[in-house]
Design a protein around this ligand. Structure first.
Ligand SMILES: O=C(O)c1cc(C(=O)O)c2c(n1)C(=O)C(=O)c1cc(C(=O)O)[nH]c1-2
Ligand SMILES: [Ca+2]
Length: 539
């Protein structure tokens, strides 16, 4: 895992050493041994319990025959062929830190670099472990967790620097992203995503108060990285409090995509998806990098319901199209390609002025954490969507240290027709929908696509599923015993193709939806690995 190994990760099928299966987070594998014709005989090879009953969204890193995964308080090394636990290191933290985790007690994984693993903790520390032994090598405090700061994202390694954004934007923190030295754990830089007095963009916090100091805009998903441009791409979280009336202005850089220089933390360009956000529309979702039609693009499916495609050198908006179904976005009726700004509807204006509205997408977004995949063979991205309108009415926001900073009366429930999500295949340049598979219970786990025409994702009812890339039809599924909220990864060893994924209930939808269709799905996190039966690989 040198810098050049990391940069080549998307091309190496027997190693997965970057979050998202490559710095561009495409989650696409060129492997095609498992295909639409033979996937129905896919079978489990091993499973390992993580002995944890919280949500499991870990991205499995694979290096030299060993998987590295995390729970909120443990890091585990697993033999990739046998599923045997090699070591497990607990990283304890004060139990009251759980109070400041808004949306599930989880961690999305490690970064690996020169024999060390790096991860964040719920009490806002960054730690390094020896990849061989699991021994803790250093531990650096980022900030005070009692104010809401915490880490749930997996770190990134870019230009020799550990990069990690801070979560807690629903608690009125001033969001930031930091760079650390992998060798020593020294904090190299911190960039506040919300500019302070005198800094460019501060004027978008109008009215002269101190709203910017509690304005949110941290991050909770791993940055992507373009080694040639030497830029990392961060999605920033929502503005805080949700009640927008106390923070007039666009509120940069909340709900934005930022291009940042990894050595210095300097912001090179920004694009704001939801200026003056009123609905918890974090823009933290993964930024997927690809070269399409000769352009270096960045693709981003936002909580606000639109799929954005930007030029990643300049930040220029190329396309913005809804990925939700007809009638499922009502806060804006499009994005102006000239100005890059949303065309707000009456629903938005009423909400901001204090009237009661039902907003779509709701606060959990048209897409939440579940990472999408860019399929190089079809040119489509696959997105797991969420249909969960929220009733919204502004109320008096009160800032209290370490308490959710909301200022909105809200309520929501599963739609009466039970249709709470889709999986959609959509072209990121044209917005053309290739297919839309309507679901009852939404899918909360990640997606991986393959050259075999098979797309992997999971169900909150416990099944791990393989879809036909051409139609979305479920070709195979296997009941894993707990909600599949993890991130599938596709790999190969000695010519045999595998797919590995984590399960374990307790992510946000399980916790707050009240959806009785998942009431009897037990918690319990595990890692699962599947392959075609040995000798039967040719289907
Ligand atoms: O603003 C934040 O810092 C923050 C953090 C997280 C998180 O760290 O998981 C979530 C959210 N917001 C959030 O708004 C949200 O809907 C959400 C869902 C999930 C999840 O993993 O299921 N996390 C989060
Ligand atoms: Ca949030």
């Amino acid at each position: 895992q040198s810098a050049s190994d990391l940069a080549a990760d998307a091309q190496t099928t027997d190693e997965i050493i970057t979050y998202g299966m490559g710095y561009g987070q495409q989650r696409y594998s060129s492997l095609d041994q498992i295909n639409a014709d033979n996937v129905s005989s896919l079978a489990p090879v091993w499973t390992l319990s993580l002995a944890d009953t919280n949500s499991n969204e870990t991205f499995p890193i694979l290096h030299d025959g060993t998987f590295y995964v995390t729970t909120h308080d443990a890091t585990v090394a697993i033999d990739a062929m046998t599923g045997k636990q090699k070591w497990k290191t607990y990283s304890d933290y004060p139990s009251d830190a759980k109070r400041i985790l808004c949306c599930g007690v989880h961690n999305r994984g490690v970064a690996i670099y020169e024999g060390k693993l790096f991860r964040g903790t719920p009490d806002a520390h960054v730690i390094a472990l020896d990849a061989e032994t699991g021994e803790e090598l250093w531990r650096t405090r980022s900030d005070d967790y009692k104010l809401g700061h915490n880490f749930t994202a997996a770190p990134q390694i870019a230009d020799g620097v550990i990069i990690l954004p801070v979560a807690g934007s629903d608690y009125g923190i001033r969001g930031y992203i930091e760079g650390y030295d992998p060798e020593t754990g020294e904090k190299l830089w911190r960039t506040y995503t919300i500019p302070g007095p005198g800094e460019q963009g501060h004027e978008t916090w109008e009215g002269g108060g101190d709203a910017w100091q509690h304005g949110g805009a941290g991050g909770w998903i791993t940055t992507s990285y373009d080694p040639e441009l030497n830029l990392i791409y961060m999605g920033t979280a929502n503005a805080s409090p949700f009640n927008a009336s106390v923070r007039p202005g666009d509120n940069l850089h909340t709900s934005s995509i930022l291009a940042i220089e990894p050595k210095t933390g300097e912001i090179k360009w920004h694009y704001q998806t939801s200026p003056h956000d009123a609905f918890d529309y974090d823009s933290m979702n993964e930024n997927v990098l690809a070269d399409i039609d000769g352009r270096k693009v960045l693709m981003h499916a936002n909580k606000n319901g639109f799929l954005y495609t930007l030029d990643r050198e300049t930040g220029e908006l190329i396309a913005a199209n809804p990925f939700m179904g007809e009638g499922q976005i009502n806060w804006a009726d499009g994005i102006d390609l000239e100005t890059g700004r949303p065309n707000h509807t009456e629903v938005y204006h009423k909400a901001v002025s204090g009237e009661q509205v039902t907003v779509q997408p709701g606060y959990l977004g048209g897409k939440n954490y579940a990472p999408m995949s860019y399929d190089q063979s079809t040119g489509n991205v696959y997105i797991n969507t969420l249909i969960l309108p929220f009733n919204h009415k502004n109320a008096e926001p009160v800032y209290t240290q370490g308490v959710m900073y909301v200022g909105v009366d809200m309520s929501f429930g599963v739609p009466e027709d039970g249709h709470a999500g889709d999986t959609v295949a959509i072209n990121p340049m044209t917005g053309e929908v290739a297919w839309r598979q309507e679901l009852g219970v939404p899918r909360w786990g990640g997606i991986a696509s393959t050259a075999g025409g098979v797309v992997f994702t999971g169900e909150l009812t416990g099944e791990f599923s393989a879809l036909d890339a051409a139609t979305g039809e479920v070709l195979w599924s296997y009941q894993t015993g707990s909600a599949v909220s993890g991130q599938p990864v596709v790999w190969e060893k000695d010519g045999r193709q595998f797919v590995t994924v984590g399960n374990g209930g307790g992510a946000t939808y399980d916790l707050v939806s009240g959806d009785d269709r998942i009431a009897n799905v037990p918690p319990g996190a595990s890692i699962w690995t599947f392959a075609l039966p040995e000798g039967g690989q040719d289907g």
